[in-house]
Design a protein around this ligand. Structure first.
Ligand code: ATP
Ligand code: MG
Length: 649
């Protein structure tokens, strides 16, 4: 895949070396890479010492039955103890674990001692409901501290949790409950969203009509709205959990004991139930949280602005930061409630030093204009992170300039629900940042970009991203479906993990993501990257967001079809905007990339984690019936787009 489309380099050629002050005290240095390269397993065995083990492991990786990995298998530990109690025992009980900010402005300062006590109470409550090690518990909550308490209470008793995003429908909740055989659900009366209470419990009631195995529901009181309770099945959290003792006998589990099941975002199809286990996951997330973000737990205030119902919330809002004894911000609501400066106000208020969010949020802030963040003191920030999609060079530079005031490195972290932890990312004290590139694998991770024949591509060439050596936080299987696990990830290139993403190596051998393999277009025999054409469109001053798909075309095989949202200043863009944008793409990338069609829309279909669902746009571009829409943030978006297109000439 070395055709012109894929080897094109974006116009942005600025480079950003690490700030000298950061590099001088960086957690990760060039020596860390050398150490990991010398012996990966010894490297991870070393990192396993970050964790407290009841029985320290003597084994590292067991790959005797590939692709079913076992890490640290003879070790025993408790994940919740590692995240909470051990810090309290070390004298850090008064350290703030979370600065919680509710959307209406209510706040809670939760210390490690507070959180540990609440988790022990919740563990007692679950035990009283008959939950034992190995039972699955569904958590369907807004972004409130009880979500963290619920997850860690499950971990404490060895009951794998499955967190379902609070914005999902009753059907989406029911299918996950059924898929992993849940018997207890933890939910709330509702949560606050866009200035209003929004009910949750009615969706649980509706879901449970088709889930007869659910015996108990714990209900957190958040909004105080009227909530029907089913006698004998439903229990209020504040009385049932609040009435439990804060003492709870600690149990230890083998490293390979299941920790949680998380369903993927559903960008490419029906969500998959990813299974993570305890020891390797905790080692991988705590080490990468410390390394990628150059965490200084005593002084940093860390903020993952992502929902707990997404893997980013699991690894970098709960398990990684808490295992590291970090102080985090947790925010319940949307960035524009009650005003568009809410995030910047929170950074200013809590002195946030590290912000981690998705490119979709950054592009939204760009659309709103830099005068909004300019109104706040953001000088506490020292590092910025991005996750979820490739970050367009334009968005990277804006983020660095307007939020980071040109002082902060930007780390673009590539990983997946399946990988559990960061896999490809700059290290802020070592890497010279390139806008748009995810750069190199993190120490301890081995990847290769390969062609159709599984051969590594050379510099300047594109192909498929694969992982060539097991890593500690890797998924162990798909829940209840070993065969689909093998087929999906390990069959395309035997012996290598197939991530499903297209990538290229630039002239320096650094990695750029090109989009999902399912989305790669083939136009007259040229393979074209969705990401590159989208970034070219976003680099035009009139464009706020863009999504590109390949639609079947009688002459070219596939043709490029683009959907764009214009920036508010651009108005409707004028009659010639489509031609102007087509020419812009031709100039930036080449005539072959010129979209056949550009449709101006108001919204794009996105998953809850902010990823564009191109498969639905492809359905539209090819006049097909829409596929699975259960993980869309807002399913009315598709109606809007269809109406919008029907109305245009
Ligand atoms: P499904 O697997 O159900 O289609 P999904 O892949 O969107 O859903 P996630 O596990 O949430 O589910 O997302 C992982 C994917 O997100 C990656 O495979 C990649 O396509 C994209 N991604 C995440 N971070 C980055 C990044 N920094 N750069 C490029 N792509 C990224
Ligand atoms: Mg995926």
């Amino acid at each position: 895949m070395s055709e012109e489309g894929l080897s094109h380099q974006m116009q942005e050629d600025r480079r950003f070396p690490p700030p000298p002050e950061l590099a001088a005290h960086a957690n990760v240095t060039a020596a860390t890479y050398a150490e990991a390269d010398a012996d990966v397993e010894a490297f991870w065995a070393e990192q396993a010492r970050r964790i407290s083990w009841e029985t320290p492991p003597t084994e590292v990786l067991d790959w005797s039955n590939p692709p079913f990995a076992r890490w640290f298998a003879d070790g025993r530990l408790n994940a919740a103890y590692n995240c909470l109690d051990r810090h309290v025992e070390a004298g850090l009980g008064d350290r703030v674990a979370f600065h919680f900010e509710g959307e209406p402005g209510d706040t809670r300062t939760i210390t490690y001692a507070d959180l540990a006590a609440e988790v022990r109470q919740a563990a007692n409550a679950l035990a009283e409901l008959g939950v034992v090690a190995g039972d699955r518990v569904a958590i369907y909550l807004p972004m409130i501290p009880e979500a963290v308490v619920a997850m860690l209470a499950c971990a404490r008793i060895g009951a794998p949790h499955t967190v379902v995003f609070g914005g999902f429908s009753a059907d989406a909740l029911a299918s996950r409950i059924q898929d992993c055989g849940v018997e207890v659900v933890i939910t709330a009366d509702g949560g606050f969203r866009r200035g209003k209470p929004s009910a949750l419990k009615p969706s649980v009631d509706a879901a449970l009509e088709s889930c007869p195995d659910v015996r108990h529901v714990l209900v957190v009181q958040r909004t105080h709205q009227e909530t029907p309770m089913t006698e004998g099945r439903d229990h209020w959290w504040h009385t049932f959990v609040g009435g439990q003792p804060t003492e709870h006998a600690l149990e230890f589990f083998p490293a390979e004991h299941p920790l949680y099941i998380m369903y993927t975002s559903g960008s490419t199809g029906k969500p998959k139930g990813i299974l993570h286990t305890t020891g390797g996951y905790l080692v991988g997330t705590s080490w990468t949280h410390w390394a990628t973000f150059d965490l200084k737990a005593e002084t940093d205030v860390f903020w993952t602005a992502a929902d707990i119902g997404w893997v980013t919330g699991h690894s970098y809002l709960v398990y990684g930061p808490l295992a590291n004894g970090a102080t985090s911000v947790m925010y319940e609501g949307t960035p524009d409630t009650p005003h568009k400066g809410r995030w910047w106000e929170l950074i200013d208020k809590y002195g946030v030093t590290i912000l981690y969010c998705a490119p979709t949020a950054i592009r939204t802030f760009m659309k709103w204009g830099s005068d909004i963040p300019d109104g706040y003191d953001l000088s506490s920030l020292r590092l910025l992170g991005s996750v979820g999609e490739p970050i367009n060079p334009e968005a990277y530079v804006w983020y660095r300039e307007h939020i980071g005031h040109d002082r902060t490195p930007v780390v673009d972290t590539w990983w997946q629900t399946e990988t559990g932890m960061h896999m490809i990312s700059p290290m802020p004290g070592v890497t010279v940042g390139k806008p748009g590139a995810a750069m190199t694998p993190v120490p301890g991770v081995k990847v290769e970009v390969v062609n159709d024949e599984a051969q590594p591509v050379g510099n300047g060439e594109g192909g498929y991203l694969t992982v060539t050596h097991p890593w500690p936080a890797m998924l162990r299987t798909l829940w209840g479906d070993d065969e689909r696990y093998v087929d999906t990830y390990w069959s395309r290139f035997p012996g290598m993990y197939f991530a499903g993403d297209g990538a290229k190596k630039d002239e320096d051998g650094d990695i750029w993501f090109l989009g999902r393999v399912d989305d790669v277009m083939n136009v007259s025999g040229h393979r074209m990257s969705t990401t590159e054409i989208e970034s070219a469109l976003v680099s035009h001053p009139k464009v706020a967001e863009a999504a590109v798909v390949g639609a079947t075309d009688p002459t070219t095989g596939q043709a490029v079809v683009a959907f764009v949202i214009l920036r508010s200043e651009a108005g409707d863009g004028g009659p010639d905007v489509v031609q102007e944008l087509r020419n812009h793409v031709a100039k930036e990338i080449g005539a072959i990339a010129k979209p056949r069609q550009i449709m101006v829309v108001e919204e794009l279909p996105k998953t809850r984690s902010g990823k564009i669902m191109r498969r639905l746009l492809r359905d539209i571009a090819e006049n097909r019936e829409l596929g699975d829409v259960t993980t869309l943030t807002d399913s009315s978006v598709m109606d809007l787009i269809q109406e919008n297109l029907a109305a245009s000439p």
